[in-house]
Design a protein around this ligand. Structure first.
Ligand SMILES: Nc1ncnc2c1ncn2[C@@H]1O[C@H](COP(=O)(O)OP(=O)(O)OP(=O)(O)O)[C@@H](O)[C@H]1O
Length: 291
C-alpha cells in the first residue's frame, strides 16, 4: 500500500503474530490501526509482549506472521519519523550531560543521511522540544541532577526532537508519583492534539491514561482485546480475556483491577478464535485470538 493510500493509518498491523523459538506466541491474529492524533494505550501483565510490540513498530523485531506498516512503509523506512521513549533508567549520576544535550542527541540521531541543518535551526528544534514538555527552565541543568519526573519529561522531549508523526512510549510513567504521571500524560496528549501525532503508550498505570486514551489494547496470555476504555476496562471483558474471574472496581474515582491470575491461561492456537475488533469508538470491544 502506498504512502497516500495508507495516509489515514499511521500504523497498520494485520494478522500479526509474534513468538520466539518454539514457544507460544505472545500475541497472534492481531489487527491494529493507529490514526493521526489517536492515543492508544497498551496494557497487560508483565511479559505479555507490550515492549515487543513497540520493537516491531520500530523495525527491531520481525513478526512471526502477518503484515506491518508504519506511515505506509516498512517500520525501518519509517524510523526517522517515529519518536521513541524507551523504558526509563535514571541517568548516570556522574554524567555531566546537560538536559538540552540529551534532547540534541534525539535530534541528531534522526538526522543521519539528511541535509545538514544550520546550528541555529538545530538549536531552534531543540528549544522547541524542550518548550513543548515544559523543560525550558531546566534546559541547562545537568540531567543527572534532575528529579525522576523531570528526567522523564526530557526523554519525551528527546523523542519529540525529530518532530515525529508517531510517538511510541514504553512505560513512561514508571516510578513517578501521580502528579508527575498526570503531567507526562498531559504532555503527550497535547502533542497529539496540536500536531496530530499518533501515540502508542505502553503502561501499567491505568488511571493516569484514562482521560486521554481513545482506545486500549489489552494483552493477556496470548489473547488481546481492543476498544474504547470504558468497554475494555470492565469485569466482563477482562474476565473473558483472562479466562478466569477478574473484577474492575471503581474506588474513589480510580479504576482498580482485582483478580488477575499470576499465570494467565495461554490459549493454544489450535483452538478457534474470533476476529479482532479494531474500529475506534463505535462498537463494543471483542476478545481476539483463540478462545
Ligand atoms: N529476543 C527475544 N528472544 C526470546 N524471547 C524474548 C525476546 N524478546 C522478548 N522476549 C520474551 O518475550 C516476552 C515478552 O516480553 P516483553 O518485554 O515484550 O513483555 P512486556 O509485556 O513488555 O513486559 P513488562 O510489562 O514486564 O515490561 C518475555 O517473556 C520476554 O522474555
Amino acid at each position: 500500500m502506498s504512502d497516500i493510500e495508507d495516509g489515514a493509518q499511521l500504523v497498520r498491523l494485520s494478522g500479526a503474530a509474534l513468538g520466539f523459538d518454539a514457544g507460544e506466541p505472545l500475541w497472534e491474529a492481531l489487527d491494529l490501526t493507529v490514526r493521526p492524533g489517536e492515543f492508544v494505550a497498551v496494557l497487560g501483565a508483565n511479559g505479555s509482549g507490550k515492549t515487543t510490540l513497540l520493537r516491531c513498530l520500530l523495525g527491531m523485531q520481525p513478526l512471526s506472521a502477518g503484515t506491518i506498516s508504519v506511515l505506509g512503509k516498512s517500520p525501518t523506512a519509517a524510523r526517522r519519523e517515529v519518536g521513541y521513549v524507551p523504558q526509563q533508567r535514571r541517568f548516570d549520576p556522574l554524567t555531566p550531560v546537560r538536559a538540552r544535550d540529551l534532547v540534541g542527541y534525539g535530534y541528531d540521531g534522526h538526522q543521519w543521511g539528511l541535509p545538514v541543518l544550520s546550528r541555529r535551526q538545530r538549536r531552534e528544534r531543540i528549544d522547541a522540544a524542550l518548550a513543548e514538555v515544559g523543560a525550558t527552565r531546566f534546559a541547562d541543568a545537568p540531567a543527572s541532577r534532575l528529579s525522576g519526573g523531570q528526567q522523564q519529561l526530557l526523554r519525551i522531549a528527546q523523542a519529540l526532537a525529530c518532530d515525529p508523526r508517531l510517538l511510541l512510549c514504553d512505560e513512561p510513567l514508571l516510578s513517578l508519583d501521580l502528579h508527575h504521571q498526570r503531567e507526562v500524560c498531559a504532555v503527550v496528549d497535547r502533542r497529539r492534539r496540536d500536531h496530530d501525532t499518533g501515540v502508542v503508550f505502553v503502561t501499567h498505570e491505568i488511571n493516569p491514561v484514562l482521560p486521554y486514551a481513545d482506545r486500549v489494547l489489552y494483552l493477556a496470555g496470548g489473547r488481546f482485546t481492543i476498544g474504547p476504555v470504558d468497554e475494555v476496562m470492565t469485569s466482563q471483558t477482562l474476565t473473558r480475556l483472562y479466562g478466569s474471574p477478574v473484577d474492575v472496581l471503581k474506588v474513589r474515582g480510580q479504576l482498580v483491577v482485582v483478580g488477575i491470575p499470576d499465570h494467565p491461561v495461554h490459549h493454544s492456537s489450535s483452538e478457534p478464535h474470533d476476529e479482532p475488533h479494531d474500529e475506534p469508538h463505535d462498537e463494543a470491544p471483542e476478545s481476539a485470538g483463540p478462545s
